[in-house]
Design a protein around this ligand. Structure first.
Ligand SMILES: [Zn+2]
Length: 466
């Protein structure tokens, strides 16, 4: 009797209030989010205006991975879209129950429908079909619910592999984020494979700017190949794609040794299969990873918008989201929509630091330059730079001390490029003695957007554990 009592006291001491040991559980689900063709024009995103879709070549998908540590539940969703705005994510959250945090990360597919607005019939018309986007919101809520329901107790293995040969960096200086991260989830008992998560850093745009068939680009082929080999659900996430990480001009040959051309499905397939082999290499190298407990840190911030084209797009209704007065702070006291966007304004967005045991995840709301992730901002700056004296933004990966790390790009928003301020180069003279400005600034909120993001992330990562 005495012994029994003692053991009860001991139990109470290690498990106060009956709290259980954190246990990872994971569930996967996916759904087709291809648009319906034939009723109204479907504008394709990512290159020029008025590129209407003629056919669905392969389905574009939404893929959900729901993870829990027994106390907190996190939903990670990837969509084969060019981008998905925070207000849409907020709509989905209203429909979710039992999910502590939702991340919707776009693969940044340039061969799918416009969900941002910039690629309509003309530069002054939005390419977004509001009804279609509403449907995507409902589908995401549904698959998150399904993945949550299907969760089973799990253990994880994480592996990485580098593949610089599968990225072209088409903007100087050449800095690539070339690490693929693969996570393999197995049932805690029995070891049955539950699903695989792959994260890689590249624009899905192999089909280029003339293609008019909806496709998930190389991502679709990679996911199919990994699924086929392992016979389990596979979720692919896009990470660092700024600066500019692209699949275009990556040299690939077919079996007969013929160089494959951009703009062809043959090349997208070859790229996808090559990337699936890299994923396999990472999976083979995977080691046990403890992914509990969770520490989910999220910050809502205002990012200044200096880009005159974005402001014009807002004025004419091409960019349909609120803007707020910019008063020099990323954390304004009240959020009252700006009446006049010709004055200094910003957009509300979200940055997150998600610590899942030994895995650190940075969730960044746009296309961040690898320089800013890896701590490789040019130093000293090029004399042609517009702001050579600008402070170097704090690197995203620098404060992450976990055994494993991963970046989710275009996470809960698509604010365009986050460019290191001292590499901003819109005015003459141009860097590297070039005759014209390199591509990038035109699709960025402005030279101070990167600092807003990087400082917010640093504050989250360095805050004491609650
Ligand atoms: Zn892009």
């Amino acid at each position: 009797m005495m012994k029994h009592l003692l053991s009860l006291v001991w139990l109470a001491a290690v498990a106060p209030f009956g709290a259980a040991e954190p246990q990872l559980s994971v569930g996967f689900a996916e759904a087709d989010i291809s648009p319906t063709l034939g009723k109204k024009p479907v504008y394709m995103a990512g290159f020029g205006s008025n590129r209407t879709a003629t056919k669905i070549h392969d389905p574009i998908l939404a893929r959900a991975v729901v993870l829990s540590d027994g106390t907190k539940t996190l939903a990670l969703v990837s969509v084969d879209l060019v981008g998905f705005f925070l207000p849409n994510v907020e709509n989905i959250r209203k429909e979710l129950k039992g999910i502590d945090h939702l991340i919707v990360s776009s693969t940044h597919n340039h061969e799918g429908p416009d969900t941002v607005g910039l690629w309509g019939a003309s530069p002054f018309q939005s390419g977004v079909d509001a009804e279609y986007v509403k449907g995507i919101e409902a589908t995401i809520a549904k698959i998150v619910g399904a993945a949550d329901k299907s969760k089973v107790a799990a253990k994880a293995k994480i592996g990485t592999a580098n593949a610089p040969e599968l990225i072209t960096d088409n903007r100087l200086p050449e800095v690539k984020h070339d690490e693929l991260v693969a996570i393999r989830f197995e049932a805690a008992t029995g070891g049955k494979l539950i699903g695989i998560l792959i994260q890689w850093n590249c624009h899905p745009e192999t089909l280029d700017d003339k293609n008019r068939e909806i496709t998930a680009d190389f991502v679709g082929y990679t996911v199919s190949a990994v699924k086929k080999k392992h016979g389990c659900p596979v979720a692919y996430f896009t990470g660092t794609v700024g600066g500019l990480m692209t699949s275009l001009n990556v040299p690939l040959k077919n079996d007969r040794g013929v160089e494959l051309k951009d703009g062809t499905f043959e090349k997208a397939e070859a790229f996808g299969n090559a990337l699936a082999k890299v994923a396999d290499k990472a999976l083979t190298a995977a080691v046990d990873a403890k992914l509990v407990p969770f520490d989910l840190r999220v910050k809502t911030i205002l990012v200044p918008v200096d880009n005159a084209l974005y402001k014009l797009a807002k004025t004419v209704g091409v960019l349909n989201r609120p803007m707020f007065p910019w008063t020099g702070t990323t954390t304004p006291k009240d959020w009252k929509e700006a009446a006049d966007v010709t004055k200094p304004v910003g957009v509300k967005t979200e940055v997150a630091y998600l610590k899942l045991g030994e895995l650190d995840i940075a969730a960044i709301p746009g296309e961040i330059y690898p320089e800013l992730v890896l701590g490789k901002v040019q130093d000293p700056p090029d004399p042609g730079a517009d702001f050579p004296a600008a402070a170097v933004e704090p690197a995203i990966y620098a404060p992450l001390k976990g055994k494993f790390k991963m970046l989710l790009g275009l996470a809960n928003d698509e604010l365009g490029y986050f460019i290191p301020k001292r590499q901003w180069d819109a005015e003459k003279p141009f860097c590297y003695k070039l005759k014209s400005s390199q591509y990038g600034e035109v699709n960025s909120c402005g030279p101070d957007a990167a600092a807003a993001i990087c400082n917010a992330f640093r504050a989250l990562a360095e805050a004491p554990k609650k």
